[in-house]
Design a protein around this ligand. Structure first.
Ligand code: UD1
Length: 421
């Protein structure tokens, strides 16, 4: 397994270009199942999670090509299987996103129950309940979701708590349903809106994406398309923190400022100077003493759970006591003991972590546990006095395109050591 060896204490300076959004690309690629013609997707990041989903789609018989580094073409017309097998789904929960489109278009699907990041129990009960209401017959057998239908029908679906993947799965299924579907309590994340835009480009009739009620009028068929995926707002947020935690000065290019408002607000409260520049760029200047912060993760447009670990690393070197509360997932604090190994002073109290600021992290040997937790360790290492060794960085490779190369272009010293434990 690869590891990073990071020489810390260097201020990052320069320009970084943001990749396409992983969490937008995954559902958008799955939506190609619904198309009757070729699909061309651009701005797709080169990541392990993307390879996993294209492997799932290939297993179904879809023709996948990568004519350019960030372009994927899909020919969805020759399906030979309706099964997403355990070997692929186990490493990524988002594989469940083939369920809705397979059922809507081919009336059957067999999808392994998902694995993914070890951040608590992450059920898919809301996906299954909604699809059942839309006419699917679903059983769980030997670790698989076995689903069939005589035809997916429009329905009113009410999510008591917003679910990103659930909203996406149902929205996809509803595009080819008989009749109209109304999703109440829908997730409002930009990735949901991006999927809706891709589906609309295919001819789907969708209104309200980005709001809490989405209405989808079912169609009899959808066409192929050419579509560019939005930039990755979590990568933007991570580089904002990288600029702040190294007391650096970065120009983050290819970003959508409107997608990172909650993160930028919290960083500004801490004293970090963030300015929107022309042409979709954001400048972050961290040459300042940091104030402590109070953060609670909430669904979009609030502060994202996928930035909780990164802002916690920053809070560790602020002057005072911060509190960070995780409301979306339980067990999403696996970075806490690792940050403590690096000199962070943290106390975990149920869903809240109390952070007592220190001057600087210290280099140490630490272990990456899940995707965003790993990012927080890289950020702490960039700040640290001395050398940090981060093992198991395959978690990072699932979600950050060429993080080591991008950081090194900004002056960081991140070395990737291949192989080993
Ligand atoms: C997506 C993101 C993930 C992000 C999360 C929350 C992708 C590929 N992943 O994950 O990075 O952290 O949104 O912003 O886009 N839940 C249930 N039953 C369900 C579905 C969800 O109880 O059927 C719970 C989950 O356990 C969690 C909460 O609802 O506590 C939100 O989960 P959800 O929004 O569905 O997250 P994902 O779509 O899996």
């Amino acid at each position: 397994m690869d590891k990073f060896i990071i020489q810390g204490g260097i201020s990052l300076e320069g320009e970084v270009v943001i990749s396409g959004s992983k969490n937008a690309a995954l559902p958008v690629l799955c939506s190609s199942i619904l198309a009757d013609g070729p699909c061309i997707y651009t701005n797709i990041p080169r990541l392990r999670d993307i390879t996993t989903i294209t492997d799932v789609l290939s297993t179904l018989g879809m023709g996948i090509e990568r004519p350019e580094r960030n372009t994927i073409t899909i020919d969805p017309t020759n399906l030979v299987s309706y099964e997403a097998p355990y070997e692929l789904v186990k490493s990524m929960r988002a594989s469940i996103l083939v369920l809705g489109p397979l059922l809507a278009k081919y009336k059957r699907a067999k999808v392994s129950l998902p694995g993914g990041c070890a951040i608590g129990v992450r059920p898919i009960d809301m996906h299954l309940k909604a699809l059942t209401k839309m006419g699917a017959d679903i059983t769980l057998s030997h670790g698989y979701v076995m689903a069939s239908t005589e035809g997916i029908k429009g329905a009113t679906i009410v999510f008591d708590t917003p679910t990103v993947g659930g909203t996406e799965n149902i929205m996809m299924a509803a595009t080819l349903a008989q009749g109209t579907t109304v999703i109440q309590g829908a997730a409002k994340e930009p990735e949901v809106v991006d999927l809706a835009n891709a589906l609309i480009t295919m001819g789907a009739r969708i209104e309200g994406a980005g709001e809490s009620t989405i209405t989808i009028e079912g169609m009899s068929s959808l066409s192929g398309l050419e579509y560019e995926v939005i930039p990755d707002r979590i990568e933007v947020g991570t580089f904002l923190v990288a600029g702040a935690i190294t007391r650096g000065d970065l120009l983050i290019k290819g970003a959508r400022a409107e997608h990172v408002v909650a993160v930028a607000e919290k960083l500004s409260e801490m004293g970090v100077v963030i300015t929107e520049e022309d042409g979709g760029a954001i400048r972050v200047n961290g040459k300042t003493d940091l104030r402590p912060v109070q953060v609670e993760t909430v669904p979009y447009p609030g502060f994202p759970t996928d930035m909780q670990a990164q802002i916690m690393a920053l809070a560790c070197i602020s002057q005072g006591v911060s509190t960070i509360t995780e409301n979306i997932f339980e067990n999403r604090y696996m970075h806490v003991p690792e940050l403590m190994r690096m000199g962070g002073r943290l106390e975990e109290k149920g869903p809240t972590v109390i952070v007592h600021g220190v001057d600087q992290f210290q280099g140490a040997s630490v272990m990456a546990t899940d995707l965003r937790a790993s990012a927080s360790l890289v950020l702490a290492a960039l700040n640290a006095r001395g050398v940090t060794e981060i093992r198991r960085i395959y978690h990072l490779d699932r979600g950050y395109e060429e993080l080591d190369r991008k950081l090194n272009l900004l002056g960081a010293k991140v070395m990737r050591e291949r192989g080993g434990l």
